[in-house]
Design a binder for this molecule. Sequence first.
Ligand code: 13P
Ligand code: SF4
Length: 313
Amino acid sequence: MSITLQDKLNAKLLHRIDELKARRHAVILAHNYQPDEIQEIADFSGDSLGLSIQASQTQADVIVFCGVRFMAETAAILSPDKTVLMPDPSAGCPMADMIEAEPLRQLKAKHPKALVVCYVNSSAEVKAESDYCCTSANAVEVVRSLPADRPIIFVPDRHLGRFVQERTGRDLILWPGYCPTHQFIGEPELRGLRDEYPQAVVMAHPECSEPVKALADELLSTGQMLKFVQKSPARQFIVATEIGILHALRKARPEAQFIAASARGVCPNMKKTTLDKVVASLENMQYEVTVPAEIAIRAKRALDRMVEILPKR
Ligand code: 13P
Ligand code: SF4
């Protein structure tokens, strides 16, 4: 017998989470790629930019961050007076691990006039070496805001970087990082689905490979996908990103059909969060995410600039 969302969301567990949240004065933030039941219990679920803004503005004492490490670190840097907890401390991001501070310092030394823009999918140490941070929602606007006479180093996602290059016409010095989950979404599979559903609008995340993005009608962050489907008259959508977003899309447009571009688009780290781990996190105040002050202060400059520059859509 398969376990349904309702089975997972049993009343006793939900009551326990509410009780603990009140006791700890906590808020639960969840990324759009989290398991369905985690998105259901979250006070706010959204994309990386939306979550960073929520983390910087919350009045709660404790933030339970259901996502991956760089997101929890970002919350800890933006809200230094809050306690930030991760239900599973091993949830990392392989793309964020593709760049470290020392090689970035070496690249900066080769391009002393360059400004550094880092994708939020990066460690606190890398953010501390950067001038600006961005998410996939505002990367274009962040790069457009930079002086035309300065070279720009963009790390670590080469796919997001190429997307920004195309949209802004700026020539970026790219780092060769990528998201393994988005890399699994293949062009032949997407082409097949487009032929099968000719009416469908194809939405792809900028982290997808170039051949996949070339087949898309819209290139959007996960939060932008949600806004887009709420306004679009279309009734069929092919979605090229991690499959967790389908939950929120289906809730937003229950009568529409959403088709995953690939069943392999699953981020194993995002799926590490469970309801039991959220309960344990609130019960035992585990696992606290902290960033050393000397790194946090430097990283915060880049992050403050990120949350100030809002996307056009
Ligand atoms: P967004 O939700 O900001 O589009 O981020 C995608 C992602 O891969 C986060 O790890
Ligand atoms: Fe990192 Fe990709 Fe997972 Fe996002 S989906 S957390 S970029 S591995």
